[in-house]
Design a protein around this ligand. Structure first.
Ligand SMILES: CC(C)(COP(=O)(O)OP(=O)(O)OC[C@H]1O[C@@H](n2cnc3c(N)ncnc32)[C@H](O)[C@@H]1OP(=O)(O)O)[C@@H](O)C(=O)NCCC(=O)NCCS
Length: 243
């Protein structure tokens, strides 16, 4: 299970009255809350507009997920994804390319357009929610382009250092970069490549690291395809405490 999205395995087998966050698909009614989170987590160059968010929901409502505080109802985290060709990362340069790449006729690969969070429980809830859905729909890999916020400082200390060296660098077995470390802890264990001019991000020198996570148990795709979704959800709940 080393190379899987083990974060999708929650520590509790069933939702409880005390669970801090619950996830569901997003709709247009969530736009005000999404905009507030967007403005909180991204700067003016990076933030999506309301039209962008609306277009993401309309294009793939089954790939737009939000997690909400069970007590206050406040939006804690959002995740937008889209299908891409299995080898899409070989043909793209920028985040924009990833978002605009042609939709494949068939694919088992998703691209994470955007993850925004103001609370780690929210991220856990939305990924836990999406696990059985991913299995049922046959999604095997999820890619995302991560900022590498430690790159600028590292470059100052290593003027001749290659970015590839930095994104693969580890200390005590963990990625040197704090955000790559974060994603590794969330199951995105494979650093595929680094892309220059990927996305405006000062501390990353505008580089993005393309990361890949593998949906746990997705190798059993024919089994999940044959089972009704409520069963898949039950199986993932039962297994999640064992992973
Ligand atoms: C990345 C993000 C989704 C993580 O959300 P989260 O699960 O709620 O986790 P946190 O923000 O509390 O970060 C957890 C840890 O990851 C590390 N981390 C994550 N992103 C980081 C960054 N950009 N710079 C430095 N450290 C970072 C920190 O070490 C943090 O540790 P701490 O608890 O000691 O502060 C959230 O920080 C966010 O929305 N960031 C802005 C947008 C972004 O970069 N999205 C991802 C694009 S692919």
């Amino acid at each position: 299970m080393d190379h899987s999205l083990h974060f999708l395995a929650p520590s509790t087998a069933r939702p409880t009255a005390t669970e801090p966050a619950r996830a569901r698909f997003l709709g247009r009614r969530d736009l005000p809350a999404l905009m507030e989170l967007e403005r909180e987590k991204w700067n003016d160059d990076q933030a999506a507009s309301q039209d962008d968010l609306c277009a993401r929901i309309d294009a793939h409502p089954d790939l737009a997920v939000g997690a909400f505080c069970t007590r206050s109802g406040r939006l804690l985290a959002s995740l937008f994804m889209r299908p891409v060709a299995d080898d899409f990362y070989r043909h793209v340069q920028t985040w924009d390319d990833c978002v605009r790449a042609p939709l494949p006729a068939t694919s088992s690969t998703l691209f994470g357009i955007s993850l925004s969070s103001r609370n780690g429980d929210g991220v856990e809830a939305l990924l836990k929610f999406f696990w059985p859905i991913a299995l049922k729909r046959g999604w095997r890999h999820i890619y995302l382009g991560s900022p590498v916020p430690g790159l600028r400082d590292w470059r100052e200390a290593h003027p001749d250092g290659a970015v590839d060296e930095y994104v693969h660098a580890t200390r005590r077995g963990l990625p040197l970069d704090p955000q790559l470390r974060y994603y590794r802890s969330r199951g995105f264990t494979k650093v595929v490549c680094a892309k220059p001019d990927y996305f405006p991000h000062e501390r990353s020198l505008d580089y993005g690291a393309i990361l890949r996570g593998t949906v746990p148990l997705s190798a059993l795709a024919p089994l999940w395809a044959a089972l009704p979704e409520p069963y898949v959800r039950r199986v993932t709940r039962a297994l999640s405490s064992l992973l």
